[in-house]
Design a protein around this ligand. Sequence first.
Ligand code: ADP
Length: 191
Amino acid sequence: MSRYVVLFGPPGAGKGTQAARLKDALGVPHISTGDMFRDHKKRQTALGQQVDAILARGDLVPDSVTNDMVDERLGRPDVAPGALLDGYPRNVAQAQELDRMLEARGRRLGDVVVIEVPDDELKARLKKRGLDSGRADDQDDATIQNRLETYVAQSAPCVAFYAGSGRRVHRIPGLGTPDEVTARIVAALGL
Ligand code: ADP
C-alpha cells in the first residue's frame, strides 16, 4: 500500500521543517515544489529563468508549468511507496490535477495535514528566515504580504475541497517547538 500525504499550510508554517522529520517516519520521499523551483534557479535552467521573477514577487508559478514538473517527479520509481508533498497543491485546480496524476498511476491521496499558524507569527518567522537564509522572497515585506494573501485567496480553498472529497484532513496547531508540532502530526497520522 502506498501512502501519499499533502503537507499544507501558509508560508512560514513550518512545512519544510516538518517534512524533513516526517519523511523517514513515513518512509517516502519529500517533494517540495518550492525547493524544486529554487534548485532550477540555482542551476540556471530554462525553467529556473522562467520562474525567477515570479518567485521574487511571491506569485504562483503557472499551473501548467508546476503540474508538469510534479508529474515528472511522480513518475520516478522512488515515489512508488508514496510521497510527502510540500507546497503542492497550492490551488484547487492543482489539487484536482494531483488527483488525476495519482489516479493515472493507480494511487490515491489519503491524508492532508494542515499546519495552522497565526498571521503575525508567520510574518515574524519569514523575516527571521530571510535574515538567516538569505532567501530573497523572505526579505521583502511586499513579497511576504503577497504570499500570505495568495495563500488565503488561492490555497486555503483546497482544505474544503479535500474535506469534501473524503480525504482525512488533520488540522494541526503549528505553534510550539518543532518537536511538539512533529509529535502532533505523528499522532494524527498514526505513525
Ligand atoms: P513558502 O511556502 O514559504 O511560500 P515555498 O518554498 O513552498 O515557500 O514556495 C516558494 C515559491 O515557489 C512560491 O511563493 C511560488 O512562487 C512558488 N511555488 C511553489 N510551489 C508552487 C505551486 N504549487 N504552484 C505555484 N507556485 C509555486
